[in-house]
Design a protein around this ligand. Structure first.
Ligand code: ZN
Length: 248
């Protein structure tokens, strides 16, 4: 195969991931690949058509079954802009539908990303003129309200709306049989373009999501975590809170 083949990491019997790019300037979020019988389901679509095509090529090289659905963790461009390559239905919270419809109405696309590069010239965005000609925002065809379950072959996916400060439409996706939870960016601070004093991780949300039936926690822009890593983060936060109280 060509050099466009990526390296996926296997997390559990049905779940692989393309880990987030270590270079933050690429704004390339983690992508989940769930192989369930005769179909492949993606968690998030990738930040570009270029990346989406590389994902397709990698799946083909693995002899993976065809992609049947893409599930969005939330509407942000780095999680959704690759979707038009796959030509399959997207699944998301109904607020994601609303936000993406608004973005489509406002023609959020090339100019939007160009402005980001003007603000931060270190950004690396792999978009060509041809890509932009083919680009469209893919609205979710299947939406849900609070919680929903899908059966794909022998894999149950449970979607839970958690919302939060990063994005009101944040969805957590649980791969039930495998004990894997995709968190998207749900417990992160608000995106930088929103003016807010609150730039902390939402530890309460993270603590509430911790579930003894789930060993793997995969978020958008960090390395995958296991239960013990999440517990360590929560313990250090609790310690900081106690210190702050003592000092104040
Ligand atoms: Zn985000």
């Amino acid at each position: 195969m060509s050099n466009s083949v990526l390296t996926f990491t296997q997390i559990s019997p049905h779940v692989w991931i393309l880990p987030r790019h270590p270079d933050k300037n690429r704004v390339q979020a983690t992508i989940g690949v769930i192989i369930a019988g005769d179909q492949t389901i993606l968690i998030d679509a990738g930040n570009s058509l270029h990346l989406a095509r590389q994902i397709q090529a990698t799946l083909a090289a693995m002899d993976a079954p065809p992609i049947s659905h893409v599930v969005y963790t939330h509407h942000h461009w780095d999680h959704t802009f690759g979707a038009c390559v796959y030509r399959v239905p997207a699944i998301a919270h109904h607020l994601s539908f609303q936000f993406l419809s608004d973005m489509r109405q406002l023609n959020v696309g090339e100019a939007h990303l160009r402005t980001k590069v003007e603000r931060n010239p270190k950004l690396i965005l792999e978009w060509t003129a041809e890509d932009w000609a083919e680009f469209e925002i893919v609205l979710p065809e299947i939406t849900y309200e609070d919680q929903v379950q899908f059966q794909f072959g022998d894999v149950t996916l449970e979607l839970l709306h958690v919302g939060g400060i990063h994005a009101a439409d944040s969805t957590v996706i649980k791969v039930v049989q495998d004990g894997v939870m995709f968190l998207g960016d749900c417990y992160y601070p608000a995106p930088r373009y929103i003016d807010t004093d609150d730039q902390m991780l939402d530890m309460t949300m993270l603590a509430n999501l911790l579930d003894e039936n789930y060993e793997h926690y995969i978020d958008g822009h960090n390395a995958p975590m296991q239960t013990r890593h999440v517990r360590r983060i929560l313990r250090s936060q609790a310690l900081l809170d106690r210190l702050n109280k003592t000092l104040s």
